[in-house]
Design a protein. Sequence first.
Length: 161
Amino acid sequence: MKKILGIFGICIILVSPVVLSEITISDEKLIQSIVNVNNEPPFTYDPPSWATGRFNGTWGISLLGLPAVELGWVVGYFSAAGVFGRLEGYFAEWEDEEPVSFIAGFIILYNMIGYVGSIQNPDNGTFFGGLGAPNENGEFYYRINLILGPSWYMEGTWEEL
């Protein structure tokens, strides 16, 4: 019985930092994220030469693999060649009209790997791995797991150029 309680206690100690990690979001941003569900990103840019399609949508915090709190907009371009792809995009919170961060990476089947960083300081970023996929209806969803920080999601619509 003592062994079972000891194992249970160790499990709680290991899991509690993840469960109890504090995510600081002001009430104003939470309300704004609920109100701005259908906002279009305010930023566009010319496609790179390698791009075969574009995407736009929203990003936010993911809890248990599901979108929990929508925080802002994301826009970008992708190329797809069979099971391999490449993406590049910019994102920011809803109140920002210019992007403050970027995302760049590669897609292999349902997996995405890459780098997320700040535009002002590109070294201030982290690598990520993600799962998700676009569908035939022109929609996509990716869960992005950062090496440092919480899990994020990115969802929206895509179209061929």
